[in-house]
Write a protein that binds this ligand. Structure first.
Ligand SMILES: [Fe+2]
Length: 270
């Protein structure tokens, strides 16, 4: 099965439309979404309706949780908080209902879906600073692969192999082979790396964490929307960057009276 996988649309309808066109051309059969449908952008109702129509596997992002009172507004810095308060004032009842029902985690075959960090965080940023914590906690979830969003940067981390069970098959020989497609070193020293355009999941017992960037508010210096196709038979992930009408989104943000800073950041992809 080929899955269109994407994250962090943040109420940016032109970016979402461009990504859905690309994923359709790319051969997506089903969809998985990693959270933050709303926040920052001017089209929360339209984005939620379009994503709901896909009937995706989906998890809640921190902005989704805040809009429906599942995360405190004072968690956020002033600018995103102002955008969220605009969203709360603006959204339709059916949008609130959809956001309220979003789960914190979901499973796509052998892959765990969670907005920020496994096992179930919607708020902890995947940065170099948290890698020791990730390495120490990795046996707390059973899936060998996790897809996340939240930082708006497409990245990946190779995780240590699952410990051999007593009487089990033991370690796979050739540990160095697990660094498939530039994923990086396995073992205790974890490395956060840019996600390559074509990535292969490492074979068992090795594990990995993949950040799927952002559709509507990229922060890796590339303003184009990010999306990817996950083939769960071949266990490969192919990424795409998709140009969209950024000026239309900015015009709609300005017309809505949303703060100017997130609009400026769209042009630079920061
Ligand atoms: Fe986000």
């Amino acid at each position: 099965m080929r899955w269109g996988v994407f994250s962090d649309i943040h109420g940016n309808l032109p970016a979402l439309r461009a990504v859905l066109d690309e994923l359709d051309r790319f051969g997506a059969e089903r969809y998985a979404y990693l959270g933050d449908l709303v926040g920052y952008g001017p089209h929360p109702d339209e984005v939620v309706a379009a994503v709901a129509d896909l009937e995706p596997l989906i998890v809640a992002g921190n902005h989704d949780l805040a809009v429906v009172g599942r995360l405190r507004m004072d968690w956020f810095a002033p600018v995103p908080r102002a955008c969220l308060e605009w969203t709360v004032r603006t959204v339709r009842a059916e949008t609130v209902e959809y956001l309220r029902a979003l789960p914190r985690t979901a499973a796509l075959g052998g892959a765990r879906l969670v907005h920020a960090l496994p096992p179930d965080s919607a708020t902890t940023y995947l940065t170099t600073d948290v890698l020791p914590e990730v390495g120490a906690a990795v046996d707390r979830w059973r899936e060998s692969l996790s897809f996340v969003g939240h930082t708006h940067r497409p990245q990946c981390v190779a995780l240590p192999p699952r410990p051999a069970s007593p009487g089990g098959g033991g370690e796979v020989p050739g540990a160095e082979d697990c660094a498939a497609d530039g994923v990086g070193a396995c073992g205790a020293s974890l490395i956060l790396q840019p996600l390559p355009a074509r990535w292969s999941a490492p074979p068992a017992p090795y594990r990995a964490l993949v950040n799927l960037g952002s559709v509507g508010q990229p922060r890796d210096g590339d303003p184009r929307a990010f999306c990817a196709l996950w083939d769960d038979d071949r266990r490969t992930l192919e990424s795409r960057r998709v140009a969209y009408d950024i000026e239309q989104t900015i015009a709609d943000m300005n017309a809505a009276g949303l703060p100017a800073e997130p609009a400026r950041r769209l042009r630079a992809g920061t």
